[in-house]
Structures are given as C-alpha cells and as structure tokens.
Design a protein around this ligand. Structure first.
Ligand SMILES: *[C@@H]1O[C@H](CO)[C@@H](O)[C@H](O)[C@H]1NC(C)=O
Ligand SMILES: *[C@@H]1O[C@H](CO)[C@@H](O)[C@H](O)[C@H]1NC(C)=O
Ligand SMILES: *[C@@H]1O[C@H](CO)[C@@H](O)[C@H](O)[C@H]1NC(C)=O
Ligand SMILES: [Mn+2]
Length: 448
C-alpha cells in the first residue's frame, strides 16, 4: 500500500509539475487565482484523492480558487482511506488521525510563532518605537547600547545587543521553578506574563567615531526612556535593562538612573574592579582616553551618581595594575567593597547573597553584570577574559538570591559574539542574566 501510494504521489507530482496552469483574473476584478485547464482536473483529482501526500496534507495542497480551504479541510475527514485498502494497521492509523485531528485555525492574527520566527527581540517581547512616541507606556524597557570604542583589549561588543537577543529566543514564556532559594516567589513567576509591560526598544544609535558624541547619544536615549510613563508603578519612571556594549556604557545608564531615582547602590559583577584611576588606564594618553571600560566607576563616583559606601563587586580576580595596593585603596575610596572570585570556594552562595544585601540596604539598586565575571570556559565571547571565574549557575543563583531588593536598573555588558563559540554559549548566559533581572523586577507581582 505504502509503495503504491508513493507511486501515485510521484504521478500526482509529475502532473502538478507538467499541468499547464494559467492566471485567471477573478470575476470581481479584485482578486485572482491560478486555475488548471479543466480537462486535466478530473484525472489529477482522482489521483490526488488516493495519494499519500493527499492523505497527509489533504486540501491544504489544493490551490484555493478563492475558496476558504481551511474551513473545507476542517469539515472533511483528515485522511481518506482508499476503498481497496486492506492493511488493517494502516487503516487503524488513519482512523486514529481522523479522530485526533488538528483543527486548522483560519485566523490571520496568529500567536503560534516559533522560537525562530518573527523579528528577533529580547525574549519575543514587543518591539516598541520608544524614541519616536513619548506617549508609549512601559514598565521595563530593554535597550541595546552598541558601543565598543573604549576597550583596552578585544573589541566587538558593539554586536553584543544582537548576540544577546539571539541567545534569548527560547525565553519569553513560562515559569522557571528553579529560581531563588527554596520557597521563593520567583519559583512561581513568569516575568513575561506578570502584568508588567516589558518592551524591546531596539538599540540607541552610538557613533563609532567619537566616544564623547556616542556617550552623549546614549545618555539622551536613557533619559528619553526614563521619561516614558510606567503602568504598574505609575508614580515612578520605567526601569531600563541595557544590553552592552563595552562596560563604559554603564556610566550613562547610571547618570540617567541618578537623575530619576537619586544616588544608587551598585552591585557590580566583574572580574575587574573598573574603578581604576584614569591616571592608571588611558588618562596619561589624553584626558578623553581616561574615560573607558576600566574607569567608568571612578567617574560614576566622582560625579556623585552612586552611593559613597554601599557598593559592592562580586567575582573580582584580575591583577591590580598600579604598584602595591593603590588600585584597591582607590576602589575603596570610590565606595566599593568586594567578594573576590575565590571567596566562592570558601563561603556559601547564601552568605554571598546575604553579604551583598547587607551592603546595599534598602535604597535603589543598580546591577551591572560584566559577562567576564563568568569563567572563560563558559563565556569565551568577551573582551577581557580571565580564568578562575564563576559558573553560570553560581552567577544566576546569586542574582536570583537578590530578590526583594529595589532594583531600578540593570545591564549586561562585554558580550562579543565574534569571540563566542558556534553554539552561542556566552550569549545564552547573557540572555539568562537578563531573564534574572526581569525576575527581580517583576517578582512583586506574585502574591502570597
Ligand atoms: C503614540 O502612542 C500613543 C499611546 O499608545 C498612541 O495613542 C498614539 O497614537 C501614538 N502616536 C503615534 C504618532 O503613533
Ligand atoms: C519628557 O516628556 C515631556 C512630556 O511628555 C516633555 O515635555 C519633555 O520635554 C520630555 N523630557 C525629555 C528630557 O525628553
Ligand atoms: C601610562 O601609564 C601606564 C601605566 O602606568 C604606563 O604603562 C604607560 O607607559 C603610560 N603611558 C604614557 C604615554 O605615559
Ligand atoms: Mn567590566
């Protein structure tokens, strides 16, 4: 039976390919369709009725001639068994499919998008023209900062926003019952269906030719986003999650956050201090070169955007640059304490979380994650990789442990897709970090 069906299929295909079709304008003059020559119709339809292809695809394969093929397909048996069929097993299979048939929806506004269909936005969130229409409301704005002209080592983070979105295609729906400590509300949360409106605003244009201009563009973009209205907490500005970009971009995010929420405490996940005195990195070349991805936290402190003694680094392990302990002393002056990478082998993640929470207190918190905090084995696609880092699970457990803090903004930076593996592993981790940010920002929607 199967082989004769295949033969018939081949015959039908042959006919389909050779049958001359002609373009026939419809009688109403508006629509038109292809119609086969009438003398070929009968022979082909007889063959088609019996073909395996027809049995599997039914009327979906027939050109519709203006008819509603889906309603027609729904009203007929899915599989028509040939009257001469003797194979009981095959007949059983056919009746199974007829009884368990899928109804084809006849709706142009479909929501059954696949994970790789549609325009790539973060976690399939709605793309919003945030910079064209100031009246659009949103609770959480995801935005890219494609900038990498202030780095000391590998460039390429300008393509980070796209890479992170690529890594987020399996996100966007569903509860992840592993998040947070046992009993956590995070285990009941689907951030994307929590009542908070999360949108992807695309990327802020940042020129690669002049860092001063580029950072000004970013500042204006962040300010414009903060100026939209929020829905759930409509007395406050929307919260922004920025996809870097090299780490310099955090300075402009902090500036706009400061203007909207006041001084913030920074939780900084990184293998590098990033509070370097500009005299030590770049500043002895030119004043402008002194602002870069290793000094931006020095400037955030100097400009008063961040608290004086409630900031903390997690995952530090890169060597100091200046002789002796100058870098460390300067870091302390910028208001930072630190949990270094090897501390995670000695104290538990619960202790790490509780130390961070004690340090930052109840005020507004900004979380900045440099993907290089993760070990180079898991996150090779980054600008200044360091060995001996966190596993992705350690990072996510600490992040989710921060539940309850007042997280007003966050970023993930230094993702370089060109240095990632073919499997996008760095981008996948970065996307999951953003998913954790969304969890922290929406978990108050879970009651009890
Ligand atoms: C801007 O957004 C508001 C709110 O959604 C809408 O009412 C308005 O029509 C939009 N304006 C334009 C020019 O699209
Ligand atoms: C913020 O929005 C208001 C009204 O929507 C507008 O008048 C103002 O210029 C905006 N401010 C900035 C900095 O864009
Ligand atoms: C700038 O400082 C660094 C670190 O102290 C040093 O290695 C470098 O030679 C200096 N460059 C100039 C131009 O002085
Ligand atoms: Mn960094």
């Amino acid at each position: 039976m199967i082989s004769s069906s295949l033969l018939q299929t081949a015959l039908v295909l042959g006919n389909l390919l050779t049958a001359s079709s002609r373009f026939v304008p419809a009688s109403d003059g508006k629509t038109s369709s292809f119609q086969r020559e009438s003398d070929e119709l009968l022979e082909m339809d007889v063959l088609r009725q019996n073909s395996l292809m027809h049995q599997l695809y039914g009327d979906l394969l027939v050109s519709n001639n203006g008819e509603d093929v889906l309603s027609k397909a729904n009203s007929q048996p899915f599989i028509k068994v040939h009257p001469d069929e003797t194979d009981e097993e095959f007949k059983g299979m056919c009746s199974f499919y007829n009884e368990n048939r899928r109804e084809y929806p006849n709706d142009d506004f479909y929501d059954d998008l696949l994970q790789y269909a549609g325009i790539v936005t973060f976690g399939h969130t709605e793309f919003s023209q945030c910079f064209k229409n100031a009246s659009l409301e949103m609770d959480i704005a995801i935005v890219g900062a494609p900038f990498d002209t202030a780095v000391s080592y590998r460039p390429g983070a300008r393509f980070g926003p796209n890479g992170i979105r690529q890594g987020s295609r399996r996100l966007g729906n569903g509860i992840s019952p592993v998040r947070g400590f046992p009993g956590s509300k995070l285990r009941k949360l689907d951030p994307f269906n929590s009542g908070y409106k999360i949108v992807d605003c695309g990327d802020i244009p940042m020129t690669p030719f002049d860092n001063k201009v580029a950072l000004n563009q970013l500042y204006r973009g962040q300010r414009a986003l903060h100026n939209h209205s929020a829905l759930v907490h409509n007395d406050k500005p929307p919260r922004i999650i920025t996809l870097g970009g090299d780490h310099t971009i955090t300075l402009m995010a902090l500036r706009s956050a400061y203007e909207n929420f006041g001084k913030v405490s920074v939780i900084h996940f990184d293998s590098h201090l990033d509070t370097w005195d500009p005299k030590i990195i770049g500043g002895n070349i030119s004043k402008r070169a002194g602002l870069n991805h290793g000094t931006f936290l020095h400037f955030a402190h100097e400009n008063g955007y961040i608290e004086d003694d409630t900031n903390i680094h997690v995952g530090i392990r890169a060597p100091y640059i200046a002789p002796g302990f100058y870098d460390e002393d300067h870091d302390f002056e910028c208001g930072f304490d630190k949990i270094v990478a090897r501390d995670l082998d000695i104290i538990s993640l619960k202790e790490v979380v509780s130390d961070i929470k004690k340090r930052v207190g109840n005020g507004p918190v900004y979380i900045s994650v440099d993907i290089d905090v993760v070990d180079v084995a898991s996150a090779p696609g980054t600008g200044t990789p360091e060995t001996g880092g966190l596993s992705s699970r350690e990072l996510l457990t600490i992040l989710d442990g921060l539940e309850g803090l007042n997280v007003i903004g966050a970023d993930i930076v230094e993702v370089l897709p060109a240095f990632d593996t073919n499997a996008d592993i760095t981008a996948l981790i970065a996307a999951q970090v953003v998913d954790s940010f969304l969890g922290l920002m929406t978990v108050d929607s879970v009651k009890n």
